[in-house]
Design a protein around this ligand. Sequence first.
Ligand code: GLN
Length: 491
Amino acid sequence: MAVGTAVGWREGLDAGDVSSETLVRTAFDRIRSLDPHLHAILAVDEDCSLRLARAADARLRAGERTPVLGLPVVLKDNLNWTGLPVSCGSRVLDRYRAPYDATVVARLLQAGAIPLAKANMDEFAMGSSGEYSAFGPARNPWDTTRVPGGSSSGSVVSVAAGYAPLALGSDTGGSVRLPASFCNVTALRPTYGVLSRFGLTAMASSLDQVGPIAATAADVALALSVMAGRDPLDSTSSDLPGVERLASLRPTGLKGLRIGLPSEYFGEGLEPGVRSILEEALRVFADQGAEIQEVSLPHTRYAIDTYYLICTSEVSSNLSRFDGVRYGHRAKGRNLPAMIAETRDEGLGAEVKRRILLGTFCLSKGYYDAFYLKAMKARTLIARDFERAFDAVDVLAAPVSPGVAFPFASKTDDPLAMYLADAFTVTAPLAGLPCLSMPAGFTAGLPAGIQLIGPACSDVMLLETAHAFQLLTTHHLEIPPPLRIGANHGL
Ligand code: GLN
């Protein structure tokens, strides 16, 4: 197994060839040398991470083994890790520190993973490029003039640039899959409920899921194995069938696997370079005896409208808690209403304000039936499309995004163009389904992923399918050119 993957380091740690402390020190050296260029990291507590690494080394020496013991992991900055800032990429949370651990973070800590850093992100996870971070965007390590994709920009860049073998992002409508496609890494959005949302700052609660990110599906599976399952602190959480297969992932047999291609995802908007990458990837599956057939998800054309109506409605409610009273930034204000208004005006960015206003409008009396209620009905139709498709196929394959990573500032003046980058990623979340993005090839030096979508609770099968693909291909082993120098120096 290639050095630099979580599975590779896992073997090294278990054999005593490398210590967790060495991994963590190396990671911080790498962050110091590369992050001034990539801007993926918002906060670290180096002493704390090193203390945790030494504790993991003691557990390893005592013979303890877990899938993630001693492995560094970067956390998106909307996940609570006690004592560290949790900015959500926003000025409104200025100086706010997490008073508790998110359940996913607590479970990683318990299993001995080492949180390394809090990662840059679009403000409150609203965005597709990383450019809506209040602290300046992260950069794509494949081409630093281009966006890394969002909203989990810093988490994905951290894996792509080799800071850490594992990272956590969150995916409401594509936020781990889109940047994974733009940066050549693997990321899973689990079935809604498989990962607890306790301690994940809410954006749109009926859509939000934590998503593990890594170089390979086998690495993603390691992280998922220690985090998945019911949590009494999140009533929407549930157990994952087959979770015991994750710690040492086996490839699924591809012979006879029925793969559906939704025709609506292969229409005109798809860039030719991305289309060729997908065709090539599908040939790999077909050569192994997978049966590929076209399917139809006819309500896909309503997906963007449906997603943005539901998402903004939930945003308008969830973000009302950032009022200057309880968290972070507080404006001066002559009186209480003025303080709240000024705090929100000063603290929140344009995209967040736009969504709060849109959502408040959708939910308002007289418009609720026309917008929110109609969107909820469309959501049901979209979910039924998937149910029907899964009567005929085991898994769906699709592009992640119509194109590759785009240049900075090419969509920020046109919110609709930015929203359209999500055309292929918002559908599965509306239906609560598991989906992943994995590296599928390159066009003009830039990576693009292929997306797999499965029926509810098929997360393990999806990862096993991705693993089978990755045993037959090498795209996921490609690392960004300037970073090869670092790789040759033992990283
Ligand atoms: N890009 C989508 C949006 O802006 C998805 C964001 C996300 O998944 N957090 O809403």
